[in-house]
Design a protein around this ligand. Sequence first.
Ligand code: JB2
Length: 215
Amino acid sequence: MTRAVVIGGVVIIGGGGHAKVIIESLRASGEMVTAIIDADPTPRAVLGVPVVGDDLVLPGLREQGFSKLFVAIGENRLREKLGRKGRELGFTLVNAIHPSAIVSPTARLGEGIAVMAGVAINADTQVGDLAIINTGAVVDHDCQLGAACHLGPASALAGGVTVGERAFLGVGARVIPGVTIGADAIVGAGGVVVRNLPDGVLAIGVPAKIKGDRP
Ligand code: JB2
Protein backbone atom coordinates (compact mmCIF):
# COMPACT_ATOMS: atom_id res chain seq x y z
CA MET A 1 0.00 0.00 0.00
CA THR A 2 1.32 3.45 -0.87
CA ARG A 3 1.13 5.90 1.98
CA ALA A 4 0.67 9.62 1.26
CA VAL A 5 3.56 11.64 2.65
CA VAL A 6 2.40 14.90 4.22
CA ILE A 7 5.25 17.27 4.86
CA GLY A 8 4.30 19.85 7.46
CA GLY A 9 5.84 23.20 8.14
CA VAL A 10 5.80 26.49 6.35
CA VAL A 11 8.11 27.41 3.47
CA ILE A 12 9.09 31.08 3.52
CA ILE A 13 9.98 33.16 0.48
CA GLY A 14 12.60 35.74 1.42
CA GLY A 15 15.32 35.47 4.02
CA GLY A 16 15.83 39.07 5.11
CA GLY A 17 14.62 41.24 7.99
CA HIS A 18 10.93 40.73 7.36
CA ALA A 19 11.41 36.96 7.30
CA LYS A 20 13.00 37.06 10.77
CA VAL A 21 9.92 38.71 12.27
CA ILE A 22 7.61 36.34 10.41
CA ILE A 23 9.54 33.24 11.55
CA GLU A 24 9.23 34.31 15.18
CA SER A 25 5.57 35.19 14.75
CA LEU A 26 4.76 31.81 13.16
CA ARG A 27 6.69 29.99 15.87
CA ALA A 28 4.89 31.96 18.58
CA SER A 29 1.59 30.76 17.16
CA GLY A 30 2.76 27.13 17.11
CA GLU A 31 3.70 26.76 13.44
CA MET A 32 6.87 25.01 12.32
CA VAL A 33 8.98 26.86 9.75
CA THR A 34 10.81 24.39 7.56
CA ALA A 35 12.70 26.14 4.78
CA ILE A 36 13.55 29.48 3.23
CA ILE A 37 13.76 30.29 -0.47
CA ASP A 38 15.87 33.35 -1.21
CA ALA A 39 17.11 35.10 -4.36
CA ASP A 40 20.56 34.49 -2.86
CA PRO A 41 20.66 30.68 -2.54
CA THR A 42 23.95 30.57 -0.61
CA PRO A 43 23.43 27.81 2.00
CA ARG A 44 22.94 29.40 5.42
CA ALA A 45 20.38 29.58 8.19
CA VAL A 46 18.14 32.46 9.23
CA LEU A 47 17.06 32.09 12.87
CA GLY A 48 17.83 28.40 12.49
CA VAL A 49 15.78 27.92 9.29
CA PRO A 50 17.85 26.67 6.33
CA VAL A 51 17.97 28.55 3.03
CA VAL A 52 17.42 25.69 0.58
CA GLY A 53 17.64 27.49 -2.75
CA ASP A 54 16.13 30.23 -4.88
CA ASP A 55 12.67 30.45 -6.45
CA LEU A 56 13.58 27.70 -8.92
CA VAL A 57 13.30 25.08 -6.15
CA LEU A 58 9.67 25.98 -5.34
CA PRO A 59 8.03 23.53 -7.80
CA GLY A 60 10.19 20.70 -6.43
CA LEU A 61 9.22 21.53 -2.85
CA ARG A 62 5.56 21.43 -3.84
CA GLU A 63 6.09 18.04 -5.53
CA GLN A 64 7.74 16.76 -2.34
CA GLY A 65 4.54 17.57 -0.47
CA PHE A 66 5.16 20.98 1.04
CA SER A 67 1.93 22.95 0.85
CA LYS A 68 2.12 25.94 3.21
CA LEU A 69 3.82 29.09 1.96
CA PHE A 70 4.42 32.55 3.36
CA VAL A 71 5.87 35.37 1.24
CA ALA A 72 8.06 37.36 3.66
CA ILE A 73 9.13 40.15 1.34
CA GLY A 74 8.47 43.74 2.35
CA GLU A 75 8.33 45.19 -1.17
CA ASN A 76 4.63 45.21 -2.01
CA ARG A 77 4.72 44.54 -5.75
CA LEU A 78 7.26 41.74 -5.43
CA ARG A 79 5.31 40.16 -2.57
CA GLU A 80 2.14 40.21 -4.68
CA LYS A 81 3.94 38.68 -7.66
CA LEU A 82 5.54 35.91 -5.62
CA GLY A 83 2.25 35.19 -3.87
CA ARG A 84 0.61 34.70 -7.27
CA LYS A 85 3.42 32.39 -8.32
CA GLY A 86 3.11 30.34 -5.13
CA ARG A 87 -0.61 29.89 -5.66
CA GLU A 88 -0.12 28.87 -9.28
CA LEU A 89 2.21 26.14 -8.02
CA GLY A 90 -0.53 24.90 -5.69
CA PHE A 91 0.72 26.29 -2.38
CA THR A 92 -1.65 27.64 0.25
CA LEU A 93 -0.70 31.09 1.49
CA VAL A 94 -0.89 30.95 5.29
CA ASN A 95 -1.39 33.89 7.61
CA ALA A 96 1.20 34.82 10.24
CA ILE A 97 -0.77 36.28 13.12
CA HIS A 98 1.19 36.95 16.29
CA PRO A 99 -0.62 35.67 19.39
CA SER A 100 -0.43 39.11 20.99
CA ALA A 101 -2.46 40.68 18.15
CA ILE A 102 -6.11 41.40 18.85
CA VAL A 103 -8.23 40.68 15.80
CA SER A 104 -11.97 41.32 15.97
CA PRO A 105 -14.12 38.25 15.40
CA THR A 106 -15.96 40.26 12.73
CA ALA A 107 -12.80 41.23 10.85
CA ARG A 108 -12.37 39.40 7.54
CA LEU A 109 -8.83 38.38 6.67
CA GLY A 110 -7.57 37.15 3.32
CA GLU A 111 -4.57 34.88 2.83
CA GLY A 112 -0.84 35.36 3.16
CA ILE A 113 -1.30 38.22 5.65
CA ALA A 114 1.16 39.31 8.35
CA VAL A 115 -0.39 40.62 11.56
CA MET A 116 2.53 41.45 13.81
CA ALA A 117 2.86 41.67 17.59
CA GLY A 118 0.66 44.16 19.37
CA VAL A 119 -1.64 44.93 16.43
CA ALA A 120 -5.33 45.70 16.96
CA ILE A 121 -7.86 45.18 14.16
CA ASN A 122 -11.38 46.23 15.02
CA ALA A 123 -14.91 45.29 14.00
CA ASP A 124 -15.95 44.71 10.39
CA THR A 125 -12.56 45.58 8.94
CA GLN A 126 -11.51 43.72 5.80
CA VAL A 127 -7.88 42.87 5.06
CA GLY A 128 -6.81 41.86 1.55
CA ASP A 129 -4.45 39.02 0.68
CA LEU A 130 -0.73 39.49 1.36
CA ALA A 131 -1.21 42.65 3.44
CA ILE A 132 1.29 43.48 6.18
CA ILE A 133 -0.08 45.00 9.39
CA ASN A 134 3.21 45.72 11.07
CA THR A 135 4.14 45.79 14.75
CA GLY A 136 1.81 47.78 16.97
CA ALA A 137 -0.37 49.13 14.15
CA VAL A 138 -3.97 50.01 14.98
CA VAL A 139 -6.79 49.50 12.49
CA ASP A 140 -10.17 50.69 13.70
CA HIS A 141 -13.62 49.51 12.61
CA ASP A 142 -14.93 49.27 9.04
CA CYS A 143 -11.59 49.76 7.29
CA GLN A 144 -10.89 48.22 3.87
CA LEU A 145 -7.27 47.23 3.33
CA GLY A 146 -6.32 46.32 -0.22
CA ALA A 147 -4.24 43.34 -1.26
CA ALA A 148 -0.49 43.58 -0.60
CA CYS A 149 -0.72 46.91 1.22
CA HIS A 150 1.63 47.53 4.15
CA LEU A 151 0.80 49.46 7.29
CA GLY A 152 4.14 50.27 8.93
CA PRO A 153 4.94 49.81 12.61
CA ALA A 154 2.85 51.94 14.98
CA SER A 155 0.73 53.35 12.17
CA ALA A 156 -2.93 53.99 12.95
CA LEU A 157 -6.12 54.08 10.91
CA ALA A 158 -9.31 55.57 12.33
CA GLY A 159 -12.67 54.05 11.41
CA GLY A 160 -13.82 53.60 7.84
CA VAL A 161 -10.45 54.17 6.17
CA THR A 162 -9.72 52.58 2.79
CA VAL A 163 -6.15 51.69 1.85
CA GLY A 164 -5.58 50.77 -1.79
CA GLU A 165 -3.72 47.76 -3.11
CA ARG A 166 0.04 47.87 -2.54
CA ALA A 167 -0.16 51.21 -0.71
CA PHE A 168 2.44 51.74 2.01
CA LEU A 169 2.14 53.73 5.23
CA GLY A 170 5.48 54.47 6.89
CA VAL A 171 6.21 54.04 10.56
CA GLY A 172 3.86 56.07 12.73
CA ALA A 173 1.64 57.35 9.90
CA ARG A 174 -1.94 58.13 10.89
CA VAL A 175 -5.18 58.51 8.95
CA ILE A 176 -8.38 60.28 10.05
CA PRO A 177 -11.82 58.64 9.70
CA GLY A 178 -13.28 57.85 6.32
CA VAL A 179 -10.26 58.78 4.19
CA THR A 180 -9.27 56.79 1.10
CA ILE A 181 -5.61 56.19 0.23
CA GLY A 182 -5.11 55.20 -3.40
CA ALA A 183 -3.48 52.08 -4.73
CA ASP A 184 0.35 52.15 -4.71
CA ALA A 185 0.40 55.42 -2.74
CA ILE A 186 3.08 55.99 -0.12
CA VAL A 187 2.60 57.96 3.11
CA GLY A 188 5.91 58.96 4.68
CA ALA A 189 6.81 58.17 8.28
CA GLY A 190 4.75 60.13 10.78
CA GLY A 191 2.50 61.60 8.09
CA VAL A 192 -1.06 62.47 9.05
CA VAL A 193 -3.51 61.92 6.21
CA VAL A 194 -6.61 64.14 6.45
CA ARG A 195 -7.76 64.02 2.79
CA ASN A 196 -8.16 61.35 0.16
CA LEU A 197 -4.96 60.49 -1.71
CA PRO A 198 -5.04 59.41 -5.37
CA ASP A 199 -3.30 56.31 -6.68
CA GLY A 200 0.47 56.24 -6.89
CA VAL A 201 1.38 59.44 -5.02
CA LEU A 202 3.93 60.14 -2.31
CA ALA A 203 2.51 62.20 0.56
CA ILE A 204 4.48 63.40 3.58
CA GLY A 205 4.09 65.65 6.59
CA VAL A 206 1.46 66.85 9.04
CA PRO A 207 -1.01 67.23 7.50
CA ALA A 208 0.28 65.02 4.70
CA LYS A 209 0.81 66.85 1.40
CA ILE A 210 1.32 65.26 -1.99
CA LYS A 211 4.92 65.63 -3.15
CA GLY A 212 4.41 63.98 -6.53
CA ASP A 213 4.46 60.47 -7.84
CA ARG A 214 5.85 57.74 -5.66
CA PRO A 215 9.43 56.68 -6.48
O1 JB2 B 1 12.43 37.43 -6.08
C1 JB2 B 1 12.86 37.09 -4.97
C2 JB2 B 1 13.61 37.97 -4.12
N1 JB2 B 1 13.99 39.26 -4.23
C3 JB2 B 1 14.67 39.55 -3.11
N2 JB2 B 1 12.68 35.82 -4.52
C4 JB2 B 1 13.15 35.39 -3.29
N3 JB2 B 1 12.93 34.13 -2.94
N4 JB2 B 1 13.85 36.20 -2.49
C5 JB2 B 1 14.06 37.47 -2.89
N5 JB2 B 1 14.71 38.47 -2.30
C6 JB2 B 1 15.35 38.35 -0.99
O2 JB2 B 1 14.51 38.97 -0.03
C7 JB2 B 1 16.69 39.05 -0.86
O3 JB2 B 1 17.76 38.25 -1.35
C8 JB2 B 1 16.78 39.28 0.65
O4 JB2 B 1 17.36 38.19 1.34
C9 JB2 B 1 15.31 39.41 1.06
C10 JB2 B 1 14.92 40.85 1.37
O5 JB2 B 1 15.52 41.18 2.59
P1 JB2 B 1 15.56 42.65 3.17
O6 JB2 B 1 16.00 42.56 4.59
O7 JB2 B 1 16.31 43.54 2.22
O8 JB2 B 1 14.05 43.16 3.07
P2 JB2 B 1 12.73 42.52 3.68
O9 JB2 B 1 11.75 42.45 2.57
O10 JB2 B 1 13.02 41.29 4.43
O11 JB2 B 1 12.27 43.61 4.75
C11 JB2 B 1 11.84 44.92 4.36
O12 JB2 B 1 10.45 45.04 4.60
C12 JB2 B 1 10.10 44.85 5.98
C13 JB2 B 1 8.58 44.92 6.07
C14 JB2 B 1 12.64 45.94 5.16
O13 JB2 B 1 12.31 47.23 4.73
C15 JB2 B 1 12.30 45.78 6.63
O14 JB2 B 1 12.99 46.78 7.39
C16 JB2 B 1 10.81 45.86 6.86
N6 JB2 B 1 10.50 45.67 8.26
